[in-house]
Design a protein around this ligand. Structure first.
Ligand code: ATP
Length: 631
């Protein structure tokens, strides 16, 4: 039953976004451009708040994360090393009638009757008549016609529909096909019922092309010459710049592993089927953290040494996962703990900006879903109104963020492809290693060697060379050298902005004294993300003393938060307008503010959006009160 309600909800949200200036279609006056969106005045504020909250939480509020702002266009070598040139592709199918492309895994199964054709022959009579007509106008056909098209083609028609529509599509196909037929007569029609097929175009019913990989990167050229040497790509993710600049940041920031580098910025993907409003766009923004950690063998070497000189024995299980004591990072954490820690940090972040846990899902990818280099990946999903439902009818959620444990894959790739070392030197490891018992050294050496060898072999290095390189890498441990591993929480700004709008959307129906009821929208944004924090309103706009006081209050608050001054219409209307924009607080400057009741001099009415509560607050207390709520 819930299903029919949800679709209109998304429609309402899309229309509210346009009406109130959150999100517009890009290039709308020219009919728009699919997969691109612009943010209007309220949307721009909301998005900016999202990014600032992420940046503050992930970098400024931590000692162990620093920021980066890299270029969108980088050396194409980066995308070769990362694998994007080779493998950043979705399997695509194409409709031969509309030329529309679809992601092969996103075609909904259809049932009906398939009409197969073995080929087509040209209708000679019609063709000759057409040529005569052309000649009469002094023209000639551009191409000589083909008599026969002898390859099969089929069309799906929904159950109960006549075969005419299949014939129309098939004729169009044969006319459009390489055979350049003008008037095809279809051959060998054969009908066959079919269930749940994904081989036909959802729009025309035409048989789809074979699935082919389609690279999602936007290509461009750098410099005046457009040739293969000047090809460059718009970055499809912000993460790779972080890996490429890892050494520079390490050397200039006085950070030591474990530490992270965060970046917010545009990313571009030529998505095959952009959809669900801004959820899948072709230009979007990401907020990515690469958090570099010591490989488990290094942590174990250091901790074994520490425990041998101390009377307190560490829990060896600390290297493993488990949700106990995840608040404060510990030096003895292995990758599983770090990974679980970041999943939890990110969940807390979402809660802290107003997405309750009940709206989120932690989806642990199954081993067969993981990228070959990933050891674990948790997708944090938000239950968007357009999400699929499970068998119980519950929304399953769509990805907001992925938190991946990517091993040392990325730095290793850049080290191999650039020829520049990406390892770090760790004095603690060097000192500890020499003091470890031989069996412990051997065990850790072997594990590190095996991991390195596995990676190198996977990347196509031949067995002997891989063993030689892995031996060199494992020998580095004794010298305090290793390649850091990474945990990557990677989130989308636009998806989060949309999730916040969907989550905030609510409606109230009010009935006035005359019995007329009206439904209006309230966007219940958390004050931290709300585009406008406070509406300041003089009771009457034609009373200069009220206006003067209201402007003073606006100027008092403005350096600290986004304030909207509004003196137009009734106070009720003004409140309603702010409710729809998601403004959590409004204040009215009235005659009591000016001292009509002396005990209320220099106070305002502070009205809360969510419950309509109204408090009388001293102007001198406004700033600390509001700051506490919006920070
Ligand atoms: P999906 O499976 O939905 O295509 P992904 O797993 O390819 O996403 P990642 O490569 O992990 O996504 O990118 C990290 C984040 O960037 C995603 O969690 C998402 O928030 C955001 N993102 C990725 N692609 C898009 C897009 N086309 N439009 C908007 N945001 C995106």
């Amino acid at each position: 039953m819930a299903e029919p309600k949800e679709i209109p909800l998304m429609e309402k949200i899309v229309s509210l976004c346009k009406r109130r200036g959150f999100i517009y279609q890009s290039s709308e006056i020219y009919g728009g451009i699919n997969g691109f969106w612009d943010y209007g005045p309220l949307g721009a504020e909301l998005k900016r708040n999202v990014k600032e909250l992420w940046w503050n939480t992930m970098t400024r509020q931590r000692d162990d994360v620093v920021g980066l702002e890299a270029t969108i266009i980088m050396s194409p070598q980066i995308w070769k090393a990362s694998g994007h040139v080779e493998t950043f592709a979705d399997l695509m199918v194409e409709c031969p009638i509309t030329n529309k492309r679809y992601r092969a895994d996103q075609i909904e199964p259809q049932s009906g009757v398939v009409y197969h054709y073995s080929g087509a022959i040209e209708d000679k009579v019609k063709y000759d008549a057409w040529v005569t007509e052309l000649k009469g106008r002094g023209e000639r056909p551009a191409f000589a016609h083909q008599d026969e098209a002898v390859h099969p083609f089929s069309v799906l028609v929904q159950k109960g529909k006549p075969p005419e529509s299949a014939r129309k599509v098939a004729s169009e196909y044969y006319s459009k096909s390489l055979f350049l037929m003008r008037f095809p007569i279809l051959q060998g029609e054969r009908a066959e019922p079919i269930e749940n097929t994904t081989s036909y175009s959802p729009d025309s019913g035409a048989q789809l092309s074979e699935a082919r990989p389609f690279n999602l990167m936007f290509k461009t050229y750098v410099g005046p010459v457009e040739d293969k040497d000047s090809v460059a790509y718009l970055r499809p993710e912000t993460a790779q710049a972080i890996f490429a600049q890892f050494k520079n940041v390490l050397e200039t920031s006085r950070q030591k592993v474990p530490f992270g580098i965060g970046q917010i910025g545009k990313a571009f993907r030529n998505e095959v089927t952009p959809r669900n409003f801004t959820f899948r766009s072709r230009e979007f923004e990401q907020m990515e953290l690469e958090f570099f950690i010591k490989p488990d063998e290094v942590v174990e070497a250091i901790e074994s040494f520490k425990s041998s000189v101390s009377s307190v024995q560490p829990e060896t299980s600390e290297l493993k996962t488990g949700n106990s004591k995840l608040e404060t990072p510990q030096p003895d954490w292995g990758w599983e703990k770090w990974h679980a820690y970041w999943v939890e940090e990110r969940m807390k972040f979402y809660e802290g900006i107003g997405l309750p846990r009940t709206t989120l899902v932690e989806y642990w990818q199954k081993p067969e879903e993981l990228a070959h280099y990933a050891r674990a990946c948790v997708d944090i999903l938000f239950k968007f109104p357009f999400s699929k439902r499970d068998e119980k009818g519950e929304l399953m959620g769509e990805e907001l963020e992925g938190v991946a444990a990517r091993s040392d894959f990325d730095l290793s790739q850049h080290a191999r492809c650039s020829g520049k070392p990406m390892g770090v030197f760790d004095e603690e490891l060097r000192a500890a290693w020499g003091k470890l018992p031989k069996e412990k050294q051997d065990e850790l050496w072997r594990r590190y060697f095996e991991n390195r060898k596995k990676y190198l072999t996977k990347m196509g290095v031949e067995a002997e060379a891989a063993s030689k390189q892995a031996t060199e890498d494992a020998n580095g441990l004794a010298k305090g050298q290793y390649i850091p591993h990474v945990i990557e929480p990677s989130a989308g700004v636009d998806r989060l902005t949309l999730a916040l709008i969907c989550n905030a959307y609510s409606e109230v129906t009010e009935t006035d004294a005359k019995g007329k009821s009206e439904t209006r929208v309230i966007l219940k944004f958390h004050p931290r993300v709300a585009p406008i924090k406070v509406g300041v309103m003089p009771l009457l706009k034609n009373k200069p003393e009220l206006v003067k006081k209201a402007l003073e209050v606006r100027d008092l608050l403005r350096p600290w938060m986004n304030v909207f001054y509004d003196d137009a219409g009734s106070i009720g209307r003004r409140y309603a307008r702010q409710d729809e924009a998601g403004t959590p607080f409004c204040m009215t400057i009235d005659f009591d503010t000016l001292g009509e009741k002396p005990e209320l001099l220099d106070t305002v009415t502070l009205r809360y959006r969510d419950d309509g509560r109204q408090d009388r607050v001293k102007i001198s207390e406004l700033l600390p009160l509001l700051l506490e709520k919006i920070r």
